[in-house]
Write a new protein. Structure first.
Length: 320
């Protein structure tokens, strides 16, 4: 694999328009027969609004990036084969697909010269694998050799989490049922949301806290406040160092809180809950910092999440 480059969002791609792509545009929607394969399983779609969050999760599990164009039929077979290969690995790696026609700044950041393009992503560091449409032999090498190598590299770096599973067509089903695929942001939350998207998580947390003070029943503000605090603390943490510190210091509450943050950022919600609850069971002098952190975590999943209910019950038992 090539040497890992740093992101360069300011790179200009003027003159790099792929004229050949114009010949391959189709009208089929994702998931339709003959069209682009739909996301689902361990395959997600990422855009400019969710890109930073996706990069952060690569600190917990490795990610394969596919830069494509969803109406370019040259990309369909690549997306389908990569998706099949990733889904067979059951969460050891995630495939994140990015439509560069809709998210051109991501292509600029990755110095991509067109689509399709394939990258590995571990701990926020991109590794270019291939530009252009791979031959059958090249695709075989990517699925059989390079993807396992990315997983192995991630494990050696302490990135050993499991990617979350999502039902196929979840966004499409929500729209079909008359529900928005994306949450509508209340107008008063837009400033806080913008701060979070820009990476100013501490500033976003301050703004969300104001809404919580004005309306203690604002569940969205509480959730986003908890997420912002989490990312302000640990978004740029060295995952390997954090996990090593937690393993070397099992009785250190700060070390256990830090590694629980890493689990939460990576979507390993139950692991984070159980880690802190197990710690609390043997360290009753550290009740308050663990309780406070767990209550913060509890605001992040849906209110009816069974994992939250179980963790709340166990927390109450351990405290009393």
């Amino acid at each position: 694999m090539a040497e890992q480059p740093k992101f360069n969002p300011g790179l200009s791609l003027a003159g790099a328009v792929d004229l050949e792509a114009l010949k391959h545009k189709v009208d089929a929607e994702a998931g339709q027969a003959g069209g682009a394969p739909a996301a689902g399983g361990y395959v997600i779609d990422t855009d400019e609004n969710t890109f930073q969050a996706m990069v952060q999760t690569s600190a917990t599990f490795p990610i394969l990036l596919l830069l494509w164009v969803t109406n370019d039929d040259r990309c369909f077979d690549v997306a389908r084969k990569l998706g099949d290969a990733v889904n067979k690995l059951e969460g050891k790696i995630q495939l994140s697909r990015i439509d560069i026609a809709k998210s051109p700044t991501i292509a600029q950041a990755l110095q991509a010269q067109g689509a399709p393009a394939i990258y590995g992503l571990v701990g926020g560091r991109p590794m270019p694998i291939m530009q252009g449409v791979p031959s059958d032999a090249e695709m075989q090498q990517i699925t059989d050799t390079l993807i396992p190598q990315i997983i192995q590299m991630a494990q050696q770096a302490g990135v050993t989490g499991t990617a979350p599973y999502q039902e196929a067509g979840a966004a499409e089903n929500a729209e079909a049922n008359g529900k928005p695929a994306e949450e509508q942001v209340p107008p008063e939350h837009q400033k806080a949301d913008q701060l979070a998207q820009e990476g100013d998580y501490a500033g976003a947390a301050v703004e969300y806290a104001k809404f919580m003070e004005a309306n203690p029943n604002d569940a969205r503000a509480a959730r986003e406040h908890s997420k912002a605090l989490l990312l302000a603390r640990s978004a740029t943490a060295d995952v390997r160092a954090v996990r090593t510190a937690a393993a070397d210091n099992p009785d250190d509450v700060d070390a256990q809180l830090a590694v629980a943050d890493i689990d939460m950022i990576g979507g390993q919600i139950e692991d984070a809950f159980n880690r802190l609850l197990d710690f609390l069971a043997g360290h009753k002098t550290d009740v308050e910092p663990v309780r406070k952190r767990l209550l913060e975590y509890f605001a992040i999943p849906a209110a009816d999440d069974a994992r939250v209910a179980r963790a709340r019950r166990r927390l109450a038992t351990l405290m009393y």
